[in-house]
Design a protein around this ligand. Structure first.
Ligand code: FA5
Length: 339
C-alpha cells in the first residue's frame, strides 16, 4: 500500500483518496458540483496537488514510489473528470433540445367543432327556399296568446287549442306561453309587411306532451307563407315538390290529403314519396284562412296565399336515417360527431 505524508503530517492512502474522488465524481449532480470536486482534489490546494508538492521534500526512493502513485491518481482522476463533464454537457444539450421552442413553427391546431345536424338541415332548407325567392323571418319563442292562437283564428275555448298542448308561463293571466308552432310568425310578419310576399320562418317550438321516438317536447319547425293576387294550391304543390327534390337530391312526388287547421281553408296534410316508396307524412298546410288575413289588416278578396309548417327534426331523421328524435337533443358526442 502506497502511503504519503501530507502538509499536516498525516498519513493518507493515495489509492483510497482516488477511490473516494471517483465516487464523488460519479455522484456529481451538475457541472458546478463537478467543478467543486475537481478543485478539492486537483485544484491549487487540492488533496492530490498537496501530495504532489510534498514529494519535493522526500528522499529519492520514497519520492519515486509515492510520486508514481500520486501521478497515476492524478491522471486517473483527470480522465474521470473529463468523462463526467462530457456526459453532463451532453445531458444539458439534450434537455435544451427538448425545451426548445421554435417560434417560427406553425402552431398546434385546436380541434374544430361542427354544426349540429339540425342546424345543417335548417341551413339547407333556407338555401333551397332562398333560391325560390323566399326571405327568412323570425319570431319570439315566448309568444302571446293572441299571436299563437287568436290571430290564427283559434279563439279561446275553441277545441282546436287542444291540438297544441301548451306550456303557459306564470302568471297565466299574463297570457304568455312558449310558442307551440311557428305559425304566429305569419301573423307578425303580415302585420308589418305589405303583400305580395314569400317568407319562411324556421325556429324552435315547444309542446307539453309525452316524448317517444318521434315526438319531443321541444323541436324545430319551418313555417312557409306565400301571399299574392292569384297564388294557388297548384303553386304550393309545385314549390314543395321542388323543395323535396332538391333536399333529397331525388325526384319526389307530393300528395295532399284533406285535413283541418283553423288558420287555413282548405287544409291539407302533405305526404311525399320517392319512386314507388311508401307515402310519408311530412307537414301541415293550406290556403290562408280569410279570418287570418282580416286579423292582420289584409283584404281577403284582394289577397290570398298558402302556408305550411314542416317539422325539421323529422326531415333530419329521414335524411340521416336517425330512428329516435331524442338523440338529437341528447348532447351525446358519440352520436353528434357522426355528422
Ligand atoms: C302545425 O304545427 C301547424 N302550425 C302547421 C301548419 C302551418 C299548418 C301552416 C297549416 C299552415 P302540426 O301540429 O301537425 O301542425 O305540426 C307540423 C309538423 O311538426 C308535423 O308534421 C311534424 O313533422 C312536426 N311535429 C309535430 N309534433 C311534433 C313533436 N312532438 N316532435 C317532433 N315533431 C313534431
Amino acid at each position: 500500500m502506497v502511503k504519503y505524508t501530507n502538509m499536516e503530517g498525516e498519513k493518507e492512502d493515495i489509492k483510497a483518496l482516488e477511490i473516494k474522488a471517483k465516487k464523488e465524481i460519479s455522484a456529481a449532480g451538475d457541472l458546478k458540483e463537478l467543478d467543486q470536486i475537481f478543485r478539492a482534489y486537483l485544484g491549487k490546494k487540492g488533496h492530490i496537488t498537496r501530495v504532489l508538492r510534498s514529494l519535493a521534500s522526500m528522499g529519492e526512493a520514497e519520492r519515486k514510489i509515492r510520486g508514481k502513485a500520486a501521478n497515476d491518481a492524478r491522471d486517473a482522476l483527470q480522465a474521470a473528470f473529463e468523462a463526467k463533464k462530457q456526459q453532463q454537457t451532453l445531458q444539458i444539450e439534450e434537455a435544451e433540445k427538448k425545451d426548445h421552442v421554435d417560434v417560427t413553427a406553425p402552431g398546434t391546431k385546436l380541434p374544430k367543432g361542427h354544426l349540429h345536424p339540425l342546424t345543417h338541415i335548417q341551413r339547407k332548407c333556407q338555401e333551397i327556399f332562398n333560391g325560390m325567392g323566399f326571405a327568412v323571418a323570425e319570431g319570439p319563442e315566448i309568444e302571446t296568446e293572441w299571436y299563437n292562437f287568436d290571430a290564427l283564428n283559434i279563439p279561446k275555448d275553441h277545441p282546436a287549442r287542444d291540438l297544441w298542448d301548451t306550456f303557459w308561463l306564470k302568471p297565466k293571466a299574463a297570457d304568455y306561453l312558449l310558442r307551440t308552432h311557428t305559425s304566429p310568425v305569419q301573423a307578425r310578419y303580415m302585420e308589418k309587411n305589405n303583400p305580395p310576399l314569400r317568407i319562411i320562418a324556421p325556429g324552435r317550438i315547444f309542446r307539453y306532451e309525452a316524448t317517444d321516438a318521434s315526438h319531443e317536447i321541444n323541436f324545430y319547425q319551418l313555417e312557409g307563407l306565400m301571399i299574392g293576387k292569384d297564388v294557388s294550391v297548384a303553386n304550393f304543390k309545385a314549390i314543395i315538390e321542388e323543395f323535396y327534390s332538391q333536399f333529397f337530391k331525388k325526384e319526389t312526388t307530393v300528395r295532399l290529403r284533406p285535413s283541418y287547421f283553423p288558420f287555413t281553408e282548405p287544409s291539407f296534410e302533405i305526404d311525399m314519396r320517392q319512386g314507388k316508396g311508401n307515402w310519408l307524412e311530412m307537414m301541415g298546410a293550406g290556403m290562408v284562412h280569410p279570418n287570418v288575413l282580416k286579423n292582420v289588416g289584409y283584404i281577403p278578396r284582394e289577397w290570398k296565399g298558402f302556408a305550411f309548417g314542416m317539422g325539421l327534426d323529422r326531415l333530419a331523421m329521414m335524411k340521416y336515417k336517425i330512428d329516435d328524435i331524442r338523440l338529437l337533443y341528447s348532447g351525446d358526442l358519440k352520436f353528434l360527431q357522426q355528422f
